[in-house]
Ligand binder design. Structure first.
Ligand code: ADP
Ligand code: MG
Length: 709
């Protein structure tokens, strides 16, 4: 008989999970619902989230850490039902030679009570919880000690995610591992074909796919486990990068762009006679990168990253002047009306001597003004249009749009960007500017198909802000310090957190803080502004103006001042309950000072009791002013899922790689993918057919990565 293994290859892994021994239709349905496990393949890629050493035992007396896992060996000496109908639970006293610990079951208590026997030695494994000074273990794993059991205990036992519902049907981590074992012994090279090319495998000394899958679930040694992890993470990141780099290549090859061939009168006039200050080297470099892009005949899609205050606006303006020199219009899109207005004012002022036309379009533009503006755009009398989302409405028609600048890219949906592409016969060049620094690893994945520039230098004369972390006991010192700065003629922000869930409490804090301040900073000598979300816009404006005109020395506020205020005389930023802010928010807030010539300070006030994460956040802020470094720490603390812009990006589809931890593997995977494309841009070589078919297969199951860019 002739068996065609090639044909069998896909079918085995695609086998519905219900056919695995012991699963059956009901548990299969639950696995689908709870963990999205439909097939053998889905089960195999349900990777362990950690490993435990099950060859080691603790004694009951060694159980000392809350929430830690322990494996114990001993006997049940007593069982008892405790509690009323609602709280009824089974409590079993478990003893070894060192002491006694209580094991508790809330669910399945009756069944467990029947199962437990005296005079039998058990192995117990579970999480210790401290309760009223004593430890217990709720719902531990418990098994009778047998030679087979002892022999099967591994020093790297895999632990799997499960759910309450699955646990009920014996599919807790242990149950899942048993299924995995059943599946894994059936695996052979006919079922698991290789998914990376020989060259890549040799280059990086990778385990085969089959071996990696076996070892990730049932490691034979620490070394093999590490290699299995590496192989699987590498592969995952490799294909992400290959896909992104390839679409970048295709864009460069296929998408024609307008050629901005000359640097002309408008640009030169501005550059030589009207620049308000010398460009930083970083600004010069980025402008040059943009100029080369736009002159190349390819369509530019470039991301400019630069910390708060690094001077992105000017880079955008210079790019737009280049467009004008080449007979094109540009537009600049901002996420909020306030920011759009700010840009409009700044840019109008800067280009006044040039005789070019700049217009503003926002949601609140009046109908009549709008109509006139539309006509002017269509006839080409407007050179630069600045605005919000209103820019991309279909009624807005340009005569000849050549460049689109998007400020603060995160808040723009991809669909909106796509719309801009259709605003001319050929897609205009696109420049995306972001102020929230993104860690390199994340940028590579989120924007791997964009070209990137970094403005990694602040304009000269900015003094680094000194950041200090004070506890409550140092409040007197804080007050003294504020008085000292005010005596020097400076102004001070004091910011309180405002977090939706506990808004009422937050306002109480704010008000209490304000009252306390009034006590320390008494009028008429001191004047205090207060701004928060409960005030009307007029009240807010009034308070702001008092501060701007220096009638008040202190501005007490909730985070409403986060966006858009620019008051160079303010030199101290005090952040109350700083532990309640995220790192990027702290960094943005700190960016409000240090704008004038004076030495500036940021003071983080916290309570004594700080968790490890909060401590690290404070230490990071004190240590560095570098937004990129801060974003790296932020990524490590929060994981990519919580950072702006990642939710819809597909980053969360990663099954094993972790962008916060695996930056190095990512870099390797990216350069490997790049090297392959350099040599064989169309992946037409014999060996690379495998890569094509893998990309293709993954493209079907994954949500589209092209959503970004
Ligand atoms: P961001 O990158 O945050 O958008 P802006 O473009 O608003 O920064 O610039 C911040 C401030 O720095 C502005 O007041 C701007 O005029 C000033 N600035 C920009 N470039 C320079 C430079 N090369 N030298 C001095 N000041 C500059
Ligand atoms: Mg800006």
């Amino acid at each position: 008989m002739c068996i065609n293994f090639a044909k069998m290859t896909p079918s085995f892994l695609d086998t519905p999970i219900e056919y695995l021994k012991g699963i059956g239709p009901q548990r299969a349905e639950l696995l689908q619902k709870e963990l999205f496990i439909f097939t053998y393949k889905d089960l195999l890629t349900h990777y362990p989230f950690r490993y435990v050493d099950r060859t080691q035992f603790h004694s009951v007396r060694e159980v000392i850490e809350d929430s830690a896992y322990y494996q114990l060996r001993g006997h049940i000496i007593e069982i008892d039902f405790i509690g009323d109908k609602r709280t009824k639970r089974l409590v079993a006293k478990f003893r070894d030679s060192s002491g006694v610990i209580e094991l508790v079951w809330f669910q399945g208590a009756k069944w467990m009570a029947e199962k437990l026997k005296s005079n039998t030695e058990y192995i117990v494994y579970g999480k210790a919880t401290s309760f009223m000074g004593r430890f217990n273990m709720a719902h531990p794993e418990i098994n009778v000690v047998t030679p087979e059991l002892l022999a099967s205990q591994s020093s790297f036992q895999s632990v799997y995610n499960s759910t309450e519902k699955l646990k009920f049907r014996n599919l807790d981590s242990d149950g899942i591992r048993k299924c995995m074992r059943l599946l894994s012994v059936q695996l052979n090279e006919h079922h698991i074909s290789e998914t990376l090319t020989k060259t890549v495998i040799l280059d990086f000394n990778l385990l085969s796919k089959l071996e990696a899958l076996r070892q990730i679930h049932f490691p034979d040694s620490k070394e093999l486990l590490e290699r299995a992890k590496f192989r699987l993470k590498f592969e995952e990141l490799f294909y992400v990068q290959l896909r992104l780099l390839r679409s970048n290549l295709v864009r460069h090859q296929i998408t024609q762009g307008f050629v901005f061939s000359k640097v002309g009168e408008v640009f030169n006039d501005f550059y030589n006679h009207h620049l308000p200050f010398q460009l930083t080297n970083a600004q010069k470099r980025v402008v040059k990168e943009i100029r080369i892009d736009m002159g190349s005949g390819k369509q530019m899609s470039r991301l400019v990253q630069g910390d708060v205050g690094s001077g992105k606006t000017l880079v955008a303006l210079l790019s737009m002047l280049l467009a004008i020199d080449n007979g094109f219009q540009s537009c600049l899109m901002a996420p909020t009306e306030i920011l759009a207005k700010q840009h409009f004012e700044t840019i109008s002022e800067l280009v006044k001597p040039l005789g070019i036309q700049v217009a503003l379009l926002t949601g609140s533009s009046k109908t009549k003004a709008r109509r006139e503006l539309h006509a002017a755009l269509e006839s080409g009398t407007i050179d630069i249009l600045i605005g919000t989302h209103a820019l991309i409405e279909d009624v807005v028609v340009f005569k000849n749009l050549g460049l689109v600048v998007i400020d603060e890219q995160h808040r723009f949906g991809v669909a909106q960007r796509g719309k801009l592409h259709k605003k001319n016969i050929q897609p205009p060049h696109v420049l995306i500017m972001t102020a929230t620094p993104i860690p390199r690893t994340l940028a590579m994945t989120l924007y791997g198909d964009l070209d990137t520039s970094v403005i990694d230098e602040l304009p000269p004369g900015r003094k680094p802000i000194t950041t200090m972390h004070f506890m409550e006991s140092q409040r007197l010192r804080l007050i003294g310090f504020i008085k000292q700065e005010i005596a020097l003629g400076r102004q001070v922000y004091i910011v309180y957190p405002l977090i939706q869930e506990s808004e009422k409490m937050d306002y109480q804090n704010l008000e209490r803080g304000y009252d306390a301040l009034l006590h320390d900073f008494q009028p008429p000598h001191y004047q205090i502004s207060i701004v928060h979300g409960k005030l009307t816009s007029q009240q807010k404006e009034f308070e702001m103006q008092r501060f701007i005109k220096r009638e008040t020395q202190i501005m007490v506020a909730t985070t409403v001042i986060e966006v858009g205020v620019n008051i160079p005389n303010a030199s101290v930023m005090v952040i109350e309950s700083a532990e309640r802010f995220g790192l990027s928010q702290l960094h943005q807030l700190r960016g409000r000072v240090g704008r004038g010539a004076d030495k500036s300070y940021c003071i983080l006030m916290t309570s004594y009791k700080l968790g490890a994460d909060s401590k690290l956040r404070m230490e990071t802020m004190v240590r560095t002013n570098d937004g990129f470094e801060i974003s790296e720490v932020d990524l490590k603390l929060r994981g990519p899922g919580d950072l702006d812009g990642t939710q819809q990006s597909g980053v969360m589809d990663l099954k094993i790689a972790d962008l916060a931890q695996d930056g190095q593997i990512l870099s390797l995977a990216r350069s490997s993918a790049q090297a392959i494309l350099n040599e064989d841009p169309n992946l037409s070589g014999q060996e690379n057919q495998l890569l094509i078919s893998q990309l293709h297969a993954q493209g079907k199951t994954r949500s589209s990565w092209s959503k970004i860019g």
